[in-house]
Design a protein around this ligand. Sequence first.
Ligand code: AQP
Length: 332
Amino acid sequence: MNRIFSGVQPTGNLHLGNYLGAIRNWVKLQKDYECIFCIVDLHALTLPQDPAELRESTREVAAAYLAAGIDEKRTIIFNQSMVGAHVELAWLLSCLTPLGWLNRMTQFKEKAGKERDLAGLGLYAYPVLMAADILVYKATHVPVGEDQKQHLELARDIAGAFNRHYNCDCFPLPEPQIFGTAARVMSLRDGTRKMSKSDVSDYSRINLMDDADLIARKFRRAKTDPERLPLSPEGFQARPEAENLIGIYSALAEISPEQALERFAGQNFSVLKEELSELAITVIGAVGAEMRRLLSDPSHIDKVLKNGAERAAAIAFPILREAQEICGLLRP
Ligand code: AQP
């Protein structure tokens, strides 16, 4: 049976990258797969969080899922900390994960920065918890943006290590699903860095709850280069900002980047920015408005999460138990 697991960290403002690279694709997957979409609050704790803001952000991610079109009746939506099986399986997996594998993770290097000795153990062990998130549901497919590909490969390695060590086929090796042009949406201020919630510059990203004026202002101020838009894809060489804006347009308009470039080839950036703003205001504006409506009733969101957690736990705990028995843990 095909089962999908994926998640978003409640670490601040959800942005266009999270929407186009992840959440929007999930909506379509609900038709063909059993889906579990998590708000990974324990992952958020790998960097310092304000407790009140974490609670708010958790509801905000849930609201984004619902506003984007995730159907809570069909699909399981919950926050990770409500299902303890994730952490329990993470321990079993961490005992089989060589440090050398974790040392290769680029996200740890980026997030720990130069003061690596001061980084928390949780930040270092993040990919093991992510492997447990996926494996505790025996998920077969994991839709993510490009930036999570390395972690997903590690999850496959960890599943393989468990199966080999205990000579079993307990865990399927999860397949990454990376979709199209928006798999890596870049910052509006620097086309070489990905659009990120933790970027200090708010003008680097379009947040899902930005209003129309702010969306237009952010696109107007987006970094560009002095040339006109290129005539063909070869012209994107060393022009990451131009390529990014065309990529965002194509993802929002649901056309190929080639078609998007055909439309704007040789024109000034101002023309592209104008149309980009209009399109984003239509697509993102609708999601943002629905998020605001949902967030005005937090008790409804909490109910959705509680119900989702119960359904998630009903799948996760029997799989955890199976793994515990394979490891030789006595479960009378
Ligand atoms: N810029 C992006 N382009 C395409 N996809 C993206 N994703 C994130 N940024 C982009 C995808 O969104 C999902 C959720 O990501 P996450 O919140 O778990 O963590 P992240 O990848 O670390 O995202 P951020 O926004 O950069 O958050 P912070 O700043 O908190 O680290 C994933 O599927 C991710 O690939």
